[in-house]
Design a protein around this ligand. Structure first.
Ligand SMILES: [Ca+2]
Ligand SMILES: [Ca+2]
Ligand SMILES: [Ca+2]
Length: 560
């Protein structure tokens, strides 16, 4: 009897608990209300008698019809719907439904807790899909207050033509109001604007930069230089203490503003306000690739962040008078210095190991390879250019053309015009990364068919300290079809080879500098540092494996 009673109680308890769980999970999946919904940067709408509320009325058969500006086979960047839940919620699912089954709608979905830092959680970019209607259920547990639906394009007909009319039938967000909000935005202690010509202008104030409001901005006018701003104009942000950074968020002027204005910048971080490390760079004249909301993952401990105003372009060409930033935010956690434990262990262990192993192996292996192939051509991993008056190559050329193994392809740039007399100066150059340290035998430079080019060859092991290996600053004769120069480098060790665009015989009358091909020869440098040997062995292998891949940059990939 007693046992049965206990069992009944236990079963009853279980039922009660499961009922509570059922109720709470049902609560988790409740449909959430929007406090506001807006359609932004469309060309027009709602059109054809539709209304914006149709996009969230719970009825999949009603839709909002908005017309977008076209840019190529996509809508102009930064065309979006914004749904505000009014408060931060624990979101479990987002449903997106488009109307008109023969129309395929492409979109990206971003969410944000604070309206500043948006993360992309979903994208659909298949033009063919959607013949049988298009409904998307994005199941994901995230915290969000804002949901941004970026309209990329709507495609119709058999040829999948871009149509300006975007038919959003329904957006529904499920979840519950968040009990605890985990946004690690760091409160900024101080901001100063340095080296600008004037500002803040147009009645704006510097505080707008960090006021948490993406619609208020600080507008400064930098000094204009040659293709970019000069005097290093920047905002210096002091976090007040050391933080372990997670990400930075920037809200820049919308790409449709000021006849399509694109704001370029570099970001540096520092612990002591003296030694700064560049962690991100954005330089593009015509496009952000999004609406100007940057979400930049950053790792590192820092107290100071320097936001450098490198340039802003109107209409893809003109250096703008207005450098306008709407918001800057840093996210992370307070830095806690590591405990004192590590000091006891390392003193005993590290000394015996390095001496034991390396003595036996290295003597036999390295001697065989270098002698058999003394003039190996080294695969160039990447190339960068710096200091040219127009830092993007002209007439459809690109930096990769300079090391594609083809003499017929070239990179053509407008030289830096700061030089004097018959040369362009020392400040414009190409830097090529060999991916590892090599003993350089020789170098072949092909400057194309039209004229001799002057140059200096600088080399570096670490990419920071360069030494001059060769200087060739006078005219020379054409070799066959091309102006080719072969230089001996005599076994100098380097990972980076820099070709300073010193000038051409026609300069400064003709400012073009053209490099058809650079070929670097040498052998892998014998390792002086046993700890890094693995890295330097692996890199060339990876390079060979990825021969077909064009490496553009080593910068961090960044989403909106
Ligand atoms: Ca609807
Ligand atoms: Ca602001
Ligand atoms: Ca080439």
């Amino acid at each position: 009897m007693k046992f049965k009673g206990i069992m009944a109680f236990v079963i009853g308890l279980c039922l009660l608990v499961s009922l509570i769980q059922y109720q709470s999970s049902a609560e988790n999946d409740a449909k959430l209300e929007f406090s506001s919904v807006t359609a932004n940067y469309f060309a027009g709408g709602p059109n054809f008698g539709t209304k914006l509320t149709n996009a969230y009325d719970g009825d999949p058969s009603t839709f909002a019809n908005y017309a977008a500006y076209k840019a190529g086979d996509r809508y102009r960047e930064g065309t979006y719907f914004l749904f505000d839940l009014g408060q931060v919620c624990d979101v479990s699912k987002i449903t997106v439904i488009f109307a008109n089954p023969v129309r395929t709608h492409n979109f990206e979905l971003y969410t944000s807790v604070d309206g500043i830092s948006y993360e992309k959680i979903f994208e659909f970019t298949d033009k063919e899909y959607g013949a049988n209607g298009s409904e998307f259920n994005i199941v994901k547990n995230i915290q969000a207050r804002y949901i941004k639906l970026m309209a990329l394009g709507a495609y119709v007909n058999e040829s999948r033509d871009l149509n300006e009319n975007y038919h959003l039938a329904e957006v529904a967000v499920y979840g519950k109001v968040a009990d605890v909000v985990t946004a690690n935005r760091i409160e900024v202690a101080d901001v100063v604007a340095k080296n600008f010509a004037s500002g803040p202008n147009f009645g704006q104030v510097l505080d707008h930069l960090t006021d948490g409001n993406p619609t208020t901005s600080a507008n400064y006018a930098p000094h204009k230089g040659d293709g970019q701003y000069k005097n290093d104009p920047h905002f210096l942000i002091d976090l007040g203490d050391l933080y372990e950074l997670e990400k930075l968020a920037l809200v820049m002027a919308h790409p449709s503003l000021g006849n399509k204005r694109i704001i370029c910048f570099d970001i540096y971080i520092s612990q002591d306000n003296e030694n700064f490390e560049k962690v991100y760079s954005f330089f593009n004249k015509t496009s952000y690739g999004h609406d100007g909301y940057f979400n930049i993952p950053v790792e590192g401990v820092a107290r100071y962040i320097k936001l450098s105003a490198t340039a802003a372009f109107d209409n893809g060409t003109t250096l703008s008078d207005n450098y306008q930033v709407y918001e800057f935010a840093a996210y992370g956690t307070e830095y806690v210095e590591p405990a004192t434990e590590p000091t006891t262990e390392p003193t005993t262990e590290p000394t015996p190991e390095p001496t034991a192993e390396p003595t036996t192996e290295p003597t036999t292996e390295p001697t065989i390879e270098p002698t058999s192939e003394p003039d190996n051509m080294i695969t160039i991993v990447s190339g960068e250019m710096h200091g040219f008056s127009d830092n993007s190559p002209v007439e459809g050329t690109k930096i990769e053309n300079a090391y594609d193994g083809n003499d017929a392809t070239l990179v053509k740039v407008i030289g830096h015009v700061g030089g004097t007399g018959n040369h362009l100066g020392d400040n414009a150059y190409f830097t090529f990364d060999l991916g590892g340290v090599y003993e350089l035998g020789g170098i072949r430079l092909n400057f194309g068919t039209t004229r001799a080019h002057f140059y200096k060859i600088l080399v570096s092991v670490d990419g920071e300290n360069y030494t001059e290996a060769k200087s060739h600053t006078s005219a020379y004769e054409k070799t066959g079809e091309y102006y080719i120069r072969n230089e001996e480098l005599g076994g100098v060790k380097a990972r980076f080879v820099r070709i300073v665009a010193y000038g051409t015989v026609a300069s400064p009358g003709n400012q073009y500098y053209m490099l058809s091909e650079i070929s670097v020869f040498g052998t892998e440098a014998a390792d002086e540092n046993p700890q890094t040997s693995d890295v330097f062995l692996l890199l060339p292998i990876m390079v060979v494996l990825s021969l077909s891949v064009v490496f553009f940059s080593r910068k961090r990939r960044v989403m909106v």
